[in-house]
Design a protein around this ligand. Sequence first.
Ligand code: NCD
Length: 298
Amino acid sequence: MRHIISIKEFEKEDIDALLDRARAIDAGNYDRHALEDRILGVLFFEPSTRTRMSFEAAMARLGGKSIDMGGVETSSVVKGETLADTVRVVSGYADAIVLRHPKEGAARLATEFSSVPVINAGDGAGQHPSQTLIDLYTIRQAMPIDGTDVGLLGDLRYGRTAHSLAYALTNYDVTIHTLAPESLEMPPNVIEDLRERGVEVVEHTDIAEFAHNLDVMYVTRIQRERFPDMASYYAVASSYRVTPELLSGARERMIVLHPLPRVDEIDPRVDALPHARYFQQARNGIPIRMALLQEVMG
Ligand code: NCD
């Protein structure tokens, strides 16, 4: 039984094989009945548009079905049911569970109670492995990952997509550049980990100098829901913004990614520039999640 909890558990060969499988799926080479008799249990304890809908769409494209707990407020969670019990029960209804939860470590905990594979769709500030595969796939569509300068911009403290991606990139020959508002820097233990895994990490403070020396700019939203209080959120809100003016000095091949949703950190005028790849990135959620679902249930 294969759980998908953290990108750290993937070997480079696993990642590349999944990306190759997704590319074949993208080209139309897949069995539309591959998961015909399978059911995916969708347990989201946090808001989601892309992740939830693209997992369900991926399941449907492979002939499978999804059952969704719905919002926390309409489930037995409000009656006080524990995550352990919910997972135990739903693993009796479904052939795999996709779980999003506000607590770091929740997906790992769920594996102890689940009799079917668990896919982590985001655990607090922890990990979001399927998003990371989408991010790598989108980079690879534009250029080879090896040899790139990848910049992570925004909330690098609470942003799980930035953490996941940074760890995945240690499998490649890249330089990671970071730029975050004060108090939202990448946790020192993560930076240390990345360096130990052999990747150069360059921390920046000047956004123009950062933006002009990248092949990939990975922009993230400030994770308002993870702040201890709103005052500390408002102290950093809207403190960075990617604009066409900023990008006019960027490398020609540089691509801008964002896991979405965006708030105000990318000017909508950027959408029309050839650098902008975030909507394509969101579309890539389908082939990647089809490949993943087949991996755990095929
Ligand atoms: C991200 C998440 O939930 O971590 N969204 C997503 O899955 N594409 C990013 C975010 O919420 O900022």
